[in-house]
Design a protein around this ligand. Structure first.
Ligand code: PLZ
Length: 452
């Protein structure tokens, strides 16, 4: 068992339960939470965290949990990654905030340089920095509309782009994201996604793209489209990987019709899928790309990066915000990127796939409730259905997730139908922890699902 440093102490990389889940201290905190935290803020696990490092989360009762969630694909370099901690501490001591729009600092510029270097394509690029993924997506839409002089934004079934007013409109799923929160922003058009498991058998990526684009041409008009916004692998929507050829065909259509191809790589970016960005897998070069989550090792930072001439189309002062590109978050991002390069975490993500995918496929053979196993790199999922059908089974999905939680493994659910169990381990997780988490998952299926 390895130890990972977390501030002054080490966190042993192990699963260890010393109380029931949740233990007494977490239960006491849950009671306090219930009194003062708004009920609308959801909660996946009932435990409160005291410390986390590498691939392990330690709760206030001393239980060590294996982390297959990474705080929703954020701590890809591991929680409290040493270089990130050091960079953040140094930056906090130097200055915490000035506002880049008031008195700028180097960290912001350096992050934009790194984004220009790492994002797909070797054209001239520029970036603007923000705080959250939703804010980045909103700004990508602002930039696309300004640069093209058009208004329509095309999005896909199962898409997730955030919870602010504009991004709720871009997000597909009603519950819990949109219900009762309208009216929503206008000029948003939703078209069918390529969803190999649920599409008619044999539908190619090019055919799925033609199906989507026919809707755009008939209902929106190619000349009205400012942007086609897409997650190259859908995140909250259920880790839907489009058929090969789908993304290039959509990108081609954009090029021909003067619409911008905007990739939302907030969940897929920064080594998560086994390459720097998911678009890299098919050589797709987006006009604009949004990033967040994995970029800064757990500090809030997001970006829009794009073709320099598009980014510069916006008038001076048209983009910004008080905290966007905060110096502490920028220091964390630079340390994160250094760590990813030095430890080749894209490769680590591919190694996680090599460990997990065969075991998930074996599990699928063993039960009759796993309709599909999919994903790429360290972004993998199983879609859970009623035996012998493709009918979603969100109840069983919830039971299996809770069984994993009770055994000290953090797993998340996803999907328009709530029936996807998804795995997003930190890319630095040890092979032994990963195998052990898969053993727990196996046991949860054995206990809760009928054998196939
Ligand atoms: N685009 C592709 O995955 C955030 C949402 C969790 P923010 N996904 C996690 C929840 O229930 O709120 C996400 C994403 C993609 C945009 C976003 C939004 O990023 O940083 O949560 O605003």
């Amino acid at each position: 068992m390895t130890d990972v440093l977390s501030g002054p102490v080490t966190v042993t990389q192990e699963r260890r339960l010393v109380t029931e889940i949740p233990g007494p201290r977490s239960r006491a905190l849950l009671e306090r939470r219930t009194v003062t935290v708004a009920a609308g803020v959801g909660g996946t696990l009932p435990v409160f965290v005291e410390r986390a490092a590498g691939g392990v989360v330690v709760d206030v009762d001393g239980n060590s949990l294996i982390d297959l969630g990474s705080g929703i694909a954020v701590v890809s370099v591991g929680n409290s990654s040493p270089r990130v901690v050091e960079a953040v501490q140094a930056q906090v001591a130097a200055f915490t905030h000035t506002c880049f729009m008031v008195t700028p600092y180097e960290g912001y510029v350096a992050v934009c340089e790194e984004l220009a270097r790492l994002t797909p394509g070797d054209h001239a690029k520029k970036s603007a920095l923000f705080n959250s993924g939703a804010e980045a997506v909103e700004n990508a839409v602002k930039i696309a509309r300004h640069a093209t002089g058009r208004q329509a934004v095309v999005v896909f079934d199962h898409a997730y782009h955030g919870r602010t007013n504009l991004t709720m409109a871009l997000t597909a799923k009603n519950m819990p994201y949109k219900h009762g929160f309208g009216p929503f922003a206008s000029e948003i058009y939703r078209v069918p996604m390529s969803y190999p498991y649920r599409d008619e058998a044999g539908l190619t990526g090019a055919e799925a793209a033609a199906r989507a684009l026919a809707v755009v041409e008939a209902q929106v008009g190619a000349g009205n489209v400012a942007a086609v916004l897409i997650e190259p692998i859908q995140g909250e929507g259920g880790f839907v990987v489009p058929a090969e050829g789908f993304l290039p065909a959509i990108a081609d259509w954009c090029r021909k019709s003067g619409a911008l191809f905007v990739a939302d790589e907030i969940q897929t970016g920064f080594c998560r899928t086994g390459e720097w960005f998911a678009c890299d897998a098919e050589g797709v070069v987006p006009d604009l790309i949004t990033t967040a989550k994995g970029i800064a090792g757990g500090l809030p930072l997001a970006a829009v990066t794009g073709r320099a001439e598009l980014m510069d189309a916006v008038h001076v002062g048209g983009l910004g915000g008080t905290y966007g590109g905060n110096p502490v978050a920028c220091a964390a991002a630079l340390a994160t990127i250094e760590t990813m390069e030095e430890q080749d975490l894209a490769r680590a993500a591919r190694a996680i796939e090599a460990t997990m995918l065969p075991r998930l496929r074996a599990l699928q053979q063993r039960t009759d409730v796993i309709g599909d196993v999919r994903g790429r790199g360290a972004m993998l999922a199983v879609e859970i259905v009623r035996p012998g059908t493709d009918e979603p089974d969100p109840e069983l999905t919830g039971r299996i997730a809770r069984a994993c939680h009770a055994q000290g493994v953090v797993v998340l659910t996803a999907g328009t139908f709530g029936n996807v169990l998804r795995f997003l381990p930190p890319l630095v997780i040890g092979q032994d922890l990963l195998e052990e988490a898969l053993d727990v998952l196996d046991a949860a299926f054995t206990e809760h699902a009928t054998a196939g």
